[in-house]
Design a binder for this molecule. Structure first.
Ligand code: NI
Length: 391
């Protein structure tokens, strides 16, 4: 396998330097100002000049195709970092205290620039919009890109994530569920406080919340189809301050994950229903607020076939690997798929013989060669989706 398909030695150097620079200077969601400038400069250095600022700290690049009437395709790379202190030991480790590219978005930004370089040299049928998207980690950037109108009228959109479960050179490009929905619940049970010695004078929100926590565990085990993945996790519980006081209220917050639109609706609905039902059992009143996060990513058939074709064209038949277990993390690329057909891929990022390291941990990093593979595969997706025979 050629680890940098399609790139000259100079381009390889430029992209490597870009990735390392971004890694050294990570910026949190909506603060990617240096990142934005650095990416603009790298694009300019590569001779790509049709670049616009969108979505506050993002960019959109238009790479001209061969035929102005051919459909426009979009590619997306996210660019933000996480509030984590780096412990990779890389010699280009973060210089921003407590901030780290722990999800590989430094590589995603660099491979988006790489895809623009490849498409500028050998244009696709139609124009390709390369989006450098801010604020993925907070689930807001994609919505802002869509609201900007920059992607109006595009035929398909592709994006990808580095993944150390797979070796460099392996790629997942398949139809169906790929990432989970992420919704947050916040429940407050209101009762009536009393002396801890006189529970008969109270309406005890602590006992109610204990029962609710257990009841919530039955949603996935008893209500969800066992063949579908789902999660209801209570992540924080707050009530009371003293051993001899029954408090007025108890608060629970947690996360709800699902991989289909229907199972998402079921889990969200059941959390709300149980909060009200258990509260009523204990004579409590309840406020149950569910904050909609990202939808699940479910890759539709045709764009997934275009992506798989691109992987075969760039890397050969053996590069395609199955996802295996669905990733229950969220990914805000899902917002694009609500509006535009497309496919989200996983790009192998473990060096041969390397160990698995989870994203969002202080020791995570993607192998550098994943950058060139991601760039080539995404450029290939734009070609496959935009070709007249793929209509
Ligand atoms: Ni990520």
């Amino acid at each position: 396998m050629n680890p940098s398909p399609g790139f000259t030695a100079d381009e390889r150097r430029l992209l490597t330097e870009l990735r390392r620079d971004l890694h050294r200077h990570p910026e949190l969601s909506w603060h990617e100002t240096r990142t934005q400038e650095k990416l603009e400069r790298a694009l300019k250095d590569a001779g790509i000049t049709d670049v616009r600022r969108i979505a506050r700290t993002g960019l959109v690049v238009r790479v001209r195709g061969r035929d102005a009437k051919a459909p426009v395709i979009a590619l997306r790379g996210d660019i933000d970092a996480l509030p984590i202190t780096e412990a990779t030991g890389l010699d280009f480790s973060s210089e921003n205290d407590g901030v780290m590219h722990a999800c590989g978005h430094d590589v995603h930004a660099a491979w988006a620039v790489g895809a623009a370089i490849l498409l500028a040299r050998t244009p696709a049928a139609g124009d390709v919009l390369v989006v450098l998207q801010p604020a993925e980690e907070v689930g807001e950037g994609a919505k802002e890109v869509i609201a900007s109108g920059a992607l109006d009228g595009v035929r398909a959109i592709f994006g990808a994530h580095v993944d150390r479960r797979f070796e460099v050179g392996q790629v997942v490009a398949q139809e169906g569920p790929l990432a989970a929905s992420v919704d947050t619940f916040h429940i407050v049970l209101h009762g009536e406080g009393a002396h801890g010695a006189r529970p008969q004078e109270a309406r005890d929100p602590i006992v109610g919340s204990a029962e609710l926590i257990l009841a919530l565990q039955t949603i996935v085990s008893r209500r969800l189809d066992p063949a579908l993945p789902g999660v209801v996790t209570v992540g924080a519980v707050h009530a009371g301050r003293a051993s001899n006081v029954i408090p007025e209220s108890a608060e629970l917050t947690g996360t709800i994950r699902a991989t289909t639109v229907a199972s998402r609706a079921l889990l969200v609905g059941e959390v709300e229903r149980m909060a009200h039902a258990v509260a009523a059992t204990h004579r409590l009143t309840v406020e149950a607020r569910i904050t909609d996060g990202t939808p699940p990513i479910v890759n539709p058939r045709e764009p997934a076939a275009w992506a798989a074709q691109a992987v075969r064209d760039v890397l050969g038949e053996n590069a395609l690997v199955p996802l295996g277990t669905t990733n229950m993390a969220g990914e805000d690329f899902a917002f694009y798929l609500e509006n535009i057909p497309g496919c989200f891929l996983r790009i192998g990022a473990r060096e041969p013989g390397g160990e698995h390291r989870s994203a969002h941990t202080p020791r995570f990093y993607p192998a550098e060669d994943a950058l060139f593979i991601g760039a080539s595969v995404l450029a290939g997706c734009a070609r496959a989706a935009g070709s007249p025979s793929s209509g």
